[in-house]
Ligand binder design. Structure first.
Ligand SMILES: NC(=O)c1ccc[n+]([C@@H]2O[C@H](COP(=O)([O-])OP(=O)(O)OC[C@H]3O[C@@H](n4cnc5c(N)ncnc54)[C@H](O)[C@@H]3O)[C@@H](O)[C@H]2O)c1
Length: 349
């Protein structure tokens, strides 16, 4: 039987790091086709197309400089070409682009294809929360798992040891994805609570913005630890209210929970830009433009979606940290008021 064809939908910082792993792993397994397509949002860099650079120099010079991609990873600029015949789809793009891309892909999805989302973010739906995996399931009618964890892309690409979590409602599919992505330095645990895993990945980016505010305000380590803990409590509370399925506290102890929260609140772009926001008078959009070289921030955007969901259910007061991050980023609330917003937290009442 021919191996399953894999398509990576996305090629940013994380997309390229995971392409490096997948490219190596498919060569070592007879479950997968040895050639991998990677859809690239085309850009021109120094007069040359990014896809051409990747296919000749085997490096994503814009989003993962200094790392060679395996030669069996082929950059494809046309999404309909990229997904043709793919049995396994790995979604790894900034969440704001997912709906449009799914619409473009839909007529070309192979029967029986399965997907995994590495995308961190949420969307607002008619009944409240819509997960990114829900959008993919609904639009493409395929089974979707998720992968989230303490995985800053450059460190994964450097092959530094870390862990990650796959949330898979379908156990067999979870094992396929584990075979596709596990390496000696990228250790994977598969758990069934896919929605909880996914929400952890999205919500921790809001907390990271709060941690960046703390750094920018020179609050010190105790305050930052309190912000991280209160953020975690809001993540748990939000998941318990808005997830349709079961939400177990133990899932928050996996890499997707506490570990990802810690790494994002100390490293990562959301923290970095939020610190700069607190130290300058520049807007989030301006800092994203100046500091990230085309990479996208997820935390501020996720705070908008979460705020709208909370507002609809009249629950803003129960989530003071999520709410303060949104109001500071977008409604002109002073960043120095961030800590005051936490003094009457429901956790202390
Ligand atoms: N970078 C990390 O360390 C990391 C780790 C874990 C998860 N993630 C998540 O992975 C997802 C992808 O992030 P990333 O780091 O690979 O990307 P990135 O932020 O590094 O890069 C942005 C990507 O978006 C593409 N893009 C720009 N405009 C577009 C458009 N109109 N339509 C479609 N694509 C467009 C760019 O070409 C680029 O590939 C995000 O949800 C992120 O939260 C990132």
């Amino acid at each position: 039987m021919p191996g399953k064809k894999v398509c990576i939908v996305g090629s940013g910082n994380w997309g390229s790091a995971i392409a490096k792993i997948i490219g190596h792993n498919v060569k070592a397994s007879n479950r997968f086709d040895p050639m991998v397509n990677m859809w690239v949002y085309e850009e021109v860099i120094d007069g040359k197309k990014l896809t051409e650079i990747i296919n000749t120099e085997h490096e994503n010079v814009k989003y993962l400089q200094g790392h060679k991609l395996p030669k069996n990873v082929v950059a494809v600029p046309d999404i309909t070409e990229a997904v043709k015949g793919a049995a396994v789809l790995v979604f790894v793009i900034p969440h704001q682009f997912i709906r449009k891309l799914c619409d473009q892909m839909k007529p070309h999805i192979a029967e029986g294809a399965i997907g995994i989302s590495l995308i961190k973010g949420v969307d607002e739906g008619p009944e409240g929360l819509t997960l990114i995996s829900d959008i993919i399931r609904e639009k493409l009618q395929i089974e979707v798992s998720v992968l989230m964890g303490a995985n800053i892309a450059n460190e994964v690409a450097d092959e530094k040891f870390c862990e990650t979590t796959i949330g898979a409602r379908n156990r067999a599919n979870g094992q396929i994805f584990k075979e596709l992505m596990q390496t000696p330095n990228f250790r994977i645990t598969v758990v069934p609570e896919s929605d909880t895993v996914e929400l952890c990945g999205a919500l921790k980016n809001i907390v990271a913005v709060g941690a960046g505010f703390c750094d920018g305000l020179d609050c010190g380590d105790n305050t930052k630890a309190a912000v991280i803990r209160l953020g975690l409590m809001e993540m748990v509370a939000f998941a318990k209210i808005f997830c349709k399925g079961q939400v177990s506290s133990t899932t928050f102890l996996e890499s997707c929970g506490v570990a990802d929260l810690i790494t994002t609140c100390y490293g990562g772009r959301n923290r970095k830009v939020a610190e700069a926001f607190a130290r300058t008078s520049k807007s989030i959009a301006q800092l994203e433009e100046e500091m990230l070289n085309g990479q996208k921030l997820q935390g501020p955007q996720t705070s908008v979606e979460v705020y709208r969901i909370l507002k609809k259910r009249d629950m803003v007061n129960k989530f003071p940290l999520f709410t303060a991050v949104y109001q500071i980023c977008f409604e002109g609330k002073q960043v120095k008021e961030f800590i005051t917003c936490l003094q009457n937290h429901p956790e202390h009442m």
